[in-house]
Design a protein around this ligand. Structure first.
Ligand SMILES: NC(=O)C1=CN([C@@H]2O[C@H](COP(=O)(O)OP(=O)(O)OC[C@H]3O[C@@H](n4cnc5c(N)ncnc54)[C@H](OP(=O)(O)O)[C@@H]3O)[C@@H](O)[C@H]2O)C=CC1
Ligand SMILES: O=C(CO)COP(=O)(O)O
Ligand SMILES: [Zn+2]
Length: 348
């Protein structure tokens, strides 16, 4: 019997100028009660506009979440259930969107993703990285019903957040290599279409790195489209496999040994240089050159993490998700090997 592979994709993706208000027409008319998950700043940036666009016709409740802790998400899901919301709109950065995805899943509501920053590829994926789950990796929640990316708003996001999205995407160069390796060595399911889609998002932003680094609206549009494409790759694969390999394991390990020091995508950028080197891929130098050029950190000093912590993270990375085989292997790196790797790639 053939195995069944079910794919849920976002129904609509809107990328453009002044598109936030389209949320009202995208939601099916039958949806009468809507919850908006946003943040203090992002409410001012876009949340209020979303509220105003929805309010005339629907009952709207706004929640400003201070963090992406699983406890906050569980509490909000309870309130959303009491209110009887039928759709949850996440307006903000990764924090608001991840919490909104969780609330939508728990309440069986439609989820709409309205990113105000292109900081990672969770904007169109069903995965949420909530804190306090006991694991640093993402959990499966709900595929956004729609993604509305207003490039004017996103282009005004802090530059660091924009370039973090670039870093997250460059990581796919490694993630797909790890996936293919796991397929060859361990017989793991490998979906070439999903892998190629994720890979294309990395190649696309590398090609347009100058435009993206310029901070122009045009560059932001390219970045957002690539983030959506990587998110869709995860939807197709049904896991974050095409988008997360050993470079993500390194970043997750850093979140344990040096929490809150750098952005997700910045850590991925650093991990990508080292993991490409481990794969024996000579493109690591070119990738490092481009990362430098666009202003992403390529060394421990630039990312603000002690060399010792970088080495420690490298030695524990393989323990984070043992079921997902990567170039780090089952036993990971010794301290000596980790040190050598970081030295030879100029990270420390
Ligand atoms: N689902 C996934 O696949 C992934 C999820 N993550 C998660 O995403 C979160 C990080 O996301 P990230 O977007 O970096 O951070 P946040 O959502 O925490 O946003 C960072 C800060 O930037 C502010 N901000 C957002 N957009 C704008 C804007 N346009 N203008 C001015 N300020 C803005 C936010 O305001 P405010 O205070 O209003 O929120 C917040 O203060 C983490 O919780 C991380 O775990 C990380 C990687 C992958
Ligand atoms: O960040 C992600 C994809 O870019 C999600 O990865 P994880 O599933 O490893 O948390
Ligand atoms: Zn990521």
């Amino acid at each position: 019997m053939q195995s069944v592979h079910e794919i849920t994709l976002p129904l609509k993706v809107i990328v453009g100028h002044r598109v936030v208000e389209k949320v009202s027409e995208i939601l099916p008319p039958s949806v009468r009660k809507v919850g908006i998950v946003t943040g203090e700043l992002t409410y001012e940036v876009a949340g209020r506009r979303v509220e105003e666009a929805l309010s005339p016709e629907r009952k709207v409740v706004v929640w400003k979440t201070p963090n992406a802790m699983v406890d906050s998400a569980v509490a909000l899901a309870g309130r959303a259930r009491e209110e009887g919301v039928e759709a949850v709109v996440g307006v903000g950065g990764g924090k608001a969107i991840d919490v909104a995805k969780y609330v939508a899943k728990e309440t069986g509501s439609l989820m709409i993703s309205i990113p105000t920053t292109p900081s990672h590829d969770g904007i169109a994926s069903p995965f949420a990285s909530l804190k306090g789950t006991g694991k640093p990796t993402s959990i499966y929640t709900k595929t956004p019903y729609a993604v509305i990316a207003d490039v004017e708003i996103i282009a005004k996001a802090p530059r660091r957040l924009i370039m973090a999205g670039f870093g997250d995407l460059v990581g796919k160069l490694v993630a797909v290599k790890d996936w293919a390796l796991a397929h060859r060595l361990k017989g793991e399911y490998y979906g070439d279409y999903a892998a190629q889609l994720a890979l294309m998002s990395a190649k696309h932003v590398l090609k347009y790195h100058e435009l993206i680094a310029s901070g122009s609206v045009e560059g932001v549009r390219i970045l957002v489209e690539a983030l959506v494409s990587s998110g869709v790759a995860m939807c197709i694969a049904g896991s974050s496999r095409p988008a997360s390999g050993s470079e993500h394991l390194f970043s997750h390990a850093l979140d344990i040994v040096a929490p809150g020091r750098a952005l997700h995508g910045e850590q991925i950028a650093l991990g990508t240089i080292m993991m490409l080197y481990l794969h024996g891929d000579s493109s690591w130098r070119r990738v490092r050159r481009i990362l430098r050029k666009v202003g992403l950190p390529t060394s421990a000093r630039e990312i603000g993490i002690e060399p010792e912590k970088i080495v420690e993270a490298l030695t524990i990375a393989h323990t984070i998700r043992p079921e997902r085989y990567t170039i780090l292997g089952e036993n990971g790196l010794t301290r000596e090997a980790a040190y050598r790797l970081a030295r030879e790639t100029g990270v420390i």
